[in-house]
Design a protein. Structure first.
Length: 247
């Protein structure tokens, strides 16, 4: 009885956490450069001691929990905007951003020019170039070549820094479109280029995410009903047995 109650409880907790992640994906379907997150579930064997238990006991006490999430690094669609300060990465690369909290990476190329003449993200943080912050001086047109070289009215302004990560690198989401990575895990991009006047859309599949959201909600409701049934049964047993123990 207790094992079933605990199993339903852990399943409800896992699905509640998964529900938050799926809902966050859906909320960011229109966020440029957003990378979808996918749930990773794992099992947890609850045992009272380190001794080997029977197959039946292992099956009863094998609980499912949310083991974390995995980032989907698939390329999103490129959407033409016509804005000279919109840059999209084609390939696995990331832009480098620096702020007071450290160094971060993003695929959101919706850039602007600050009052100080710096190329900044929509969050207001400087976009890093190979030689530091990129400065957009003068009122001429801004152009960027596929390798990231930025020119203003024909004059060289800098080169946008693009980095890539080895397969399996643990990138962590920091906000909507910022990501952090282990120190010194990034390398200069060799497989990525920049497309000017376009933005990369979110790589979330809204239809698949909506279906997943409904499925997770239904599973969570099933676990809620199971918990209610176990709770009612525990109360019934307590009502029947306690008078016999304490006449």
């Amino acid at each position: 009885m207790d094992s079933g109650f605990y199993a339903a409880c852990t399943a409800l907790m896992a699905r509640s956490q998964a529900l938050d992640l799926v809902a966050n994906n859906l909320a960011n379907t229109s966020t440029p450069g957003y990378r979808a997150q996918h749930n990773i579930f794992r099992s947890f064997l609850a045992t009272a001691s380190g001794q080997m238990s029977s197959a039946l006991n292992q099956a009863v006490n094998n609980f499912g929990i949310l083991g974390g999430s995995q980032m989907d690094l698939a390329q999103g669609n490129l959407e033409h905007t016509g804005n000279d300060l919109d840059f999209a990465v084609q390939g696995p690369g990331f832009f480098v951003v620096q702020n007071a909290n450290g160094r971060f990476f993003t695929r959101n190329g919706n850039f602007q020019v600050s009052p100080q003449g710096q190329l900044i993200t929509s969050e207001g943080d400087p976009v890093m170039g190979d030689n530091g912050v990129i400065r957009i001086i003068g009122g001429g047109p801004v152009t960027v070549s596929p390798d990231g070289t930025v020119s203003v009215n024909g004059a060289l302004a800098g080169k946008v820094k693009l980095v890539e990560f080895p397969v399996g690198t643990a990138l962590e989401s920091v906000g909507k479109t910022y990501y952090s990575a282990p120190a010194k895990s990034d390398t200069a991009a060799t497989k990525s280029t920049i497309s000017q006047g376009t933005l990369e859309s979110s790589n979330v599949n809204p239809v698949a995410s909506a279906v997943e959201l409904v499925a997770v909600q239904r599973y969570a409701e099933m676990m809620q009903r199971a918990l209610s049934m176990f709770h009612s049964e525990l109360n019934r047993i307590a009502t029947d047995e306690l008078p016999r123990v304490n006449p």
